[in-house]
Structures are given as structure tokens and as C-alpha cells.
Write a protein that binds this ligand. Structure first.
Ligand code: ZN
Length: 328
């Protein structure tokens, strides 16, 4: 028995409900804009929508794509002649005007197999100015039975004129509850490990699956030890630790671990009676850490220097409060 394509998607019930009712009432707009943080299911939802529109045997009752017919399979394999996927080129930084011109040419062709011409434009926030202006022209005069789905995690980098011509659907980060279930079903973790890991994924299923590999567990162990030891060490150890965790292969994991460490620390500290001055300083530090990581990401700052700055603040706060290494 084939199962309806949207049923395999975790979370996003409200968005899916809206999409289904648009399709049911034949009120799909010419352009949809899916936005929200990366790795939470925007692309998966877009694929399910396209499958539903190209499905040759939609599921009775729900009206959703079946996921197994030739139409549905061609959507996934990228072989459907009425679907064009546009994403960043080889250099992985920009979507170029030539790609958008190809999109316009594609929309003007007659559908070959389905009733629709559909274009999935991923990383839409990465269009350069020329590409964005070319897209605007297409959006101003959309050909009949065409659907453009724009996906972005950076809504503010899209021209307001583009945004206003699309029907926007916001995707929210997945709840920890949904992530726990996914960690169990997709990554085969037991309940305890799943509950441990889910908050670190920060609402993203992609991040969750990345974190669920075994290497992460040992990295996490190392990181916890680093954070514990830092206040009792000296500054040269601190610089060394920053260099080690700033390594570009593992930096994304480092930032996840750092955020998780502070969240956990705050959770534990706030749950018990204790020095209110410390609680206040810890909260302030966590806010600073968050801002530093954010700024580092946006401006592509030197990763080691960011970690040094964070480790020094952690060192000062915890060394001072523990009364120095001799009293630990
Ligand atoms: Zn199908």
C-alpha cells in the first residue's frame, strides 16, 4: 500500500494543511515562497507538493501523491521533464542570471507529461542582483499553469518586490518532541540518547541526523571535558583548546556543542537555589556567546579568535566563582 507523501514529513502540519487546501480548491498561486531555518524540511515538503501535482495515481481521500508511481519517482530522481530544479552552481555562492533565464525559457514550454510546469528554486536568497531582476520579470508575467517554488533560509536577502509577488509560507524549527521521535525512528537511538541529543539539533532534522553519528558522541565527551578543565588551567591551554575546536572540519559541531553546553548549564543552575549574582552573570555570558557566534557566522570572522573570546569569558566567570583551581 503506498502511503501519502506528506505523511512522512515530521512537523509542519499547519503549512501542509494550507498547501493541501490550496490544491483542493485549485487555488495554488504562481509562486510560493518557503522560508525558515535550514535543514527543517522545506525542500522535502516542496518535493511532496510537486509529487502530488505530478502523481499518476493520487491517494483517494487525501488527494496526496503516492510516492511510488512513475510520476512521483521521476520527481525524486530529477527526471521529470516538467520539473526544473535551480540551485547554486559549482562555486556554491551565487545563483546567476543565466540560470534564471533558463527558468523563464522552461516556463514558456508546453507541459510534456503533467499539466504543470514547475520550477524549484533552492537557495533563492543567493541570487545576484541581475538574477533577482530577471526573476522579477518572470514573476510579473507568469505563464499559465506554472508554479515557482522559492526556498530560502535567508528571507531578508530576497528583494521585497520578489517577496510581495509570492505567497509566503513560514517553516518553524521542529520541536524537541518531534526531534526525539525522529532520532528514534531515523537514527535508531534509544529513548535516553534521543532525548539527550534532540535539544542540540536546534530544531533541524538535518542537524539531528548529522549529530547522531557515533563520532559526535565522542566529540561531545571531549568537549565537556574541555569546558570542565578550562577554568583550572592556564591561558596557554585555553588558546590551545580554541585552536583545536576551531578546526574547520568540526567548527559547526563546536558551535552546536557550545550552545548546548550553555543551555544545559543554565537549565541546571536555574533549577537549584544558589548565588543569584552567578546566575545573572551566567545568563549574560550565554547571551554574549550567542551573539559572538552569530556575528562570527555573518561576518565570517576568525573562528579561533571567537572561541578564545568565549573561552576567556567562561574561564573568568568559572575560575572566579570556584575560587581558583586549588579549591575545586
Ligand atoms: Zn504517484
Amino acid at each position: 500500500m503506498p502511503s501519502a507523501v506528506f505523511e512522512g514529513i515530521a512537523g509542519h502540519g499547519e503549512v501542509i494543511h494550507r498547501l493541501l487546501s490550496m490544491m483542493e480548491g485549485e487555488r495554488l498561486p504562481h509562486a510560493l515562497l518557503f522560508h525558515g531555518p535550514p535543514g527543517i524540511g522545506k525542500n522535502t515538503t516542496a518535493i511532496a507538493l510537486i509529487q502530488t501535482l505530478f502523481c499518476l495515481q493520487t491517494i483517494k481521500g487525501s488527494g496526496q501523491g503516492c510516492g511510488v508511481c512513475v510520476g512521483c519517482r521521476k520527481v525524486v530522481s530529477g527526471n521529470h521533464p516538467d520539473l526544473l530544479r535551480v540551485e547554486m552552481g559549482e562555486d556554491k555562492t551565487r545563483i546567476l542570471v543565466e540560470q534564471i533565464r533558463e527558468l523563464s525559457r522552461f516556463f514558456n514550454l508546453t507541459p510534456l507529461e503533467g499539466n504543470w510546469k514547475i520550477c524549484l528554486l533552492d537557495d533563492a536568497g543567493q541570487m545576484n542582483d541581475a538574477a533577482a531582476n530577471a526573476l522579477l520579470k518572470t514573476l510579473e508575467e507568469p505563464p499559465g499553469k506554472s508554479l515557482l517554488i522559492l526556498i530560502t533560509s535567508r528571507l531578508d536577502s530576497l528583494l521585497p518586490t520578489i517577496r510581495s509577488r509570492c505567497q509566503s509560507l513560514r517553516f518553524s524549527p521542529l520541536s524537541d518532541e518531534v526531534l526525539v521521535a525522529l532520532a528514534q525512528s531515523k537514527a535508531n537511538l534509544n529513548g535516553e540518547a534521543a532525548r539527550d541529543l534532540a535539544p542540540l539539533a536546534e530544531g533541524s532534522v538535518a542537524r539531528l541526523l548529522q549529530l547522531a553519528n557515533s563520532e559526535f558522541a565522542s566529540l561531545r565527551q571531549d568537549f565537556l571535558q574541555t569546558m570542565d578543565k578550562l577554568p583550572s588551567g592556564d591561558l596557554s591551554q585555553l588558546v590551545q583548546a580554541a585552536a583545536q575546536w576551531a578546526d574547520k572540519e568540526r567548527y559547526a559541531t563546536t558551535t552546536t556543542l557550545l550552545r548546548g553546553w550553555f543551555r544545559q548549564k543554565i537549565h541546571v543552575t536555574m533549577g537549584v537555589e544558589g548565588d543569584s549574582g552567578y546566575k545573572k552573570e551566567l545568563l549574560a555570558l550565554a547571551t554574549q556567546v550567542h551573539a559572538l557566534l552569530q556575528r562570527g557566522h555573518v561576518f565570517n570572522l576568525n573562528k579561533q579568535l571567537i572561541l578564545e573570546a568565549i573561552f576567556i569569558r567562561h574561564y573568568r566567570l568559572h575560575r572566579h566563582l570556584s575560587g581558583g583551581p586549588s579549591q575545586r
